[in-house]
Design a protein around this ligand. Sequence first.
Ligand SMILES: *Cc1c(COP(=O)(O)O)cnc(C)c1O
Length: 392
Amino acid sequence: MSDEHGFATRAIHAGQEADATTGAVVPPIYQVSTYKQDGIGGFRGGYEYSRSANPTRTALEECIAALEGGSRGFAFASGLAGQDCVVRSLLVPGDHVVVPSDAYGGTYRYFNKVARPGGIDHSIAKIGDVDAVRAAIEPGRTKMVWVETPTNPLLGIADIEAIAEVAHEAGAVLVVDNTFATAYLQNPIALGADIVTHSTTKYSGGHSDVVGGAVVTAPEISVPGYGDAEERIAFHQNSIGGVAGPFDSWLTLRGLRTLAIRMERHCDNAERVVDFLTGHEGVAQVFYPGLDTHHNHDVASRQMKRFGGMVSFRMKKGEDAAVKACAAVQLWTLGESLGGVESLIEHPARMTHASVAGTELEVPADLIRLSVGIEDVDDLIADLQEALDIHG
Ligand SMILES: *Cc1c(COP(=O)(O)O)cnc(C)c1O
């Protein structure tokens, strides 16, 4: 599969040659742990043991690498397993990381309660502000800048190109969590990122039926001391073992094939929902990178194809109204996670971001987060309107 092919073509064909034996047009689920050797060490296609490599997982890893324009992809049992592998592969105790002031709650919990007791310290920076990121870097100690853009749940936008420059000047690698935008809307490697991570649980899988993660390395990592990032991650993926299983890999790959058309529809629907929310008198503020009132709308326009399917908003009447509105909807499903075909609504302060309560990453209590699905948008808006008219 050539890099010249368009996104949808790569999504359907990269890593997905027809099966050599049977001609099966999609990669089969190789539900197997070990492989017959033709004499000791005579591996067929390099397959030895399925923690090290499995053909269904290889198909997914090649596809995601092709979609991100990276040199190599790695598939994990969850987004967090992938993130952990990146941190353990590239950092040692004594190193320092700059992390975003708005991020997936589990990412911050990882840095605060897993990495830090393990000797890897962090500083928090407003990720939408390049100068704040620069100021948070501790020269000589900071080895990694971690960026999520758009952020979860406040839809903050980081300028990937500018932050890549700041990180590289300091001798640090830039990791971008591209879960919200997906490879379809944004390619951080082309903007200077060294590593891209995904929770493929979300849009990449896209059907709320599988948990998974992916890591993609840039073809050239020019930061001194990190040129072998790809080998280090490969070594740690196998040595720690948080890999994606064959069936999960197969489901995620099945999701990726329709990512392009799903994302277009997610964006169409989100834009309509944003229009509705900005016009509703019960709503105090709407967060969406596509709004020209968004603090980094220009950056988002530069680095994203469109603005995605995630929207959040604050209720004028406060926390109680937000909680009640979340419970009043019928068609929207009250639940955590995001990025599936079905629309979800949630209250971050009590649900996805409960783990950051009392930290610098605490989110407003009157905030509602929407994952706008691909249903008929008029139905989605009618349902929201009913809930907001009562509680707004
Ligand atoms: C969900 C999520 C994660 C964690 O992924 P899991 O698959 O749940 O482990 C990381 N980053 C972002 C932005 C997420 O939304």
